[in-house]
Design a protein around this ligand. Structure first.
Ligand SMILES: [Zn+2]
Length: 326
């Protein structure tokens, strides 16, 4: 049973928002573009593995996706599978080319189109996440249970090699399409439940309640100041910023089209980039709306969660709204 759907990662949405709202000549534009591609590749690999995870029987399995927990440091697990007998930490990789796991250096060399580069060893990452999860469980007084780990390559075109005599690493490396069989193979090793009856559901509920979604301060990450952010509503057709408010719609003077809801993305962009709640004044300034009354009506029409009253009211974006694909 999948307990939480994997959502588009906030850091991915933040980079999309940044690319909409900084000048193409900005010194960080190319870096952000490059990193956005990495985020998209990672996310599409995860979605591909989700397809195979969905084949696992609802009983006895519980699947938690994209879990972020804090134990001294914060750590993130791509997918975590539980049965009553064991837990399984899954590290998902979507990598093009050939990977060589070196027995001696413990490093991984990726070869693609005749060029070689060293990359972080996914097995080391998966093992570290397993250790961190075990420490977290001890700290939270959760009874011990066996925790396994796996690196799952989302596509079969990733070629994996290693030195002779080091083949045991393949116990922990599989392709996504083999996931169901591998989980059954692991399950066959265990026959005494660590959690009986409803205890497993309680454990999963507790873990999910401790999940801390990632919401980085993206402007700080790239050393970009708020004044570099282009304000105004973006035209959904030609992407020009800003477009103007006319009677009850948005009008783009460039491509001469109208839009009813172009401001929604602008409001999301504000929350993605600014890491702070929004007042009516900030809404008016970010959307470049001249009349306060117009801004007020439009802001109220969004029914955002809020705290405070009058001019000091602060508005927040509902988490499900910001997480939905734009
Ligand atoms: Zn336009």
């Amino acid at each position: 049973m999948i307990l939480n759907e994997r959502k588009v990662p906030i850091p991915l949405l933040q980079r999309e928002a940044l690319l909409r709202r900084i000048d193409k000549l900005h010194s960080r534009f190319k870096d952000i573009e490059k990193e956005l591609i990495n985020w998209k590749t990672g996310y599409s690999g995860e979605k591909n593995v989700d397809y195979y995870l969905s084949y696992l029987p609802d009983e006895p399995y519980r699947i938690i996706n994209d879990l972020r927990l804090k134990c001294n440091n914060t750590f993130q697990i791509d997918s975590l599978i539980f049965s009553q007998m064991f837990g399984l930490v899954i590290e998902i990789k979507n990598i093009t080319g050939t990977l060589f796991f070196d027995k001696y250096t413990k490093g991984v060399v990726r070869t693609y189109k005749d060029s070689e580069e060293g990359i972080a060893n996914p097995l080391t990452q998966a093992r570290r996440h397993r250790t961190q999860l075990i420490s977290w469980m001890i700290k939270h007084k959760i009874p011990p249970m066996p925790i396994e780990y796996l690196v799952v390559f989302s596509k079969n075109s990733t070629i994996v090699r290693t030195n002779e005599g080091n083949e045991s690493i393949f116990e922990h490396i599989i392709y996504a399409e083999y996931l169901e069989e591998k989980v059954a193979q692991i399950a066959a090793k265990y026959n005494s439940p660590a959690f009986k009856g409803k205890a497993l559901n309680k454990l999963c509920d507790y873990i999910l309640s401790e999940n801390i979604p990632s919401y980085p301060e993206i402007l700080k990450t790239y050393g970009i100041s708020q004044s570099d952010i282009i304000r105004g509503v973006q035209c959904p057709t030609c992407k020009a910023i800003p477009i103007i408010r006319v009677s009850s719609a948005w009008y783009c003077p460039d491509c001469k089209t109208y839009s009813k809801d172009a401001h929604l993305q602008t409001v999301r962009d504000y929350f993605l980039l600014m890491n702070s709640p929004m007042t009516l004044k900030q809404f008016q300034e970010f959307l470049l709306i001249e009349q306060r009354g117009v801004a007020k009506n439009l802001l109220h029409s969004l029914s955002l969660p809020s705290t405070g009253t009058g001019r000091t009211t602060q508005y927040f974006i509902p988490p499900d709204c910001i997480l939905s694909p734009l």
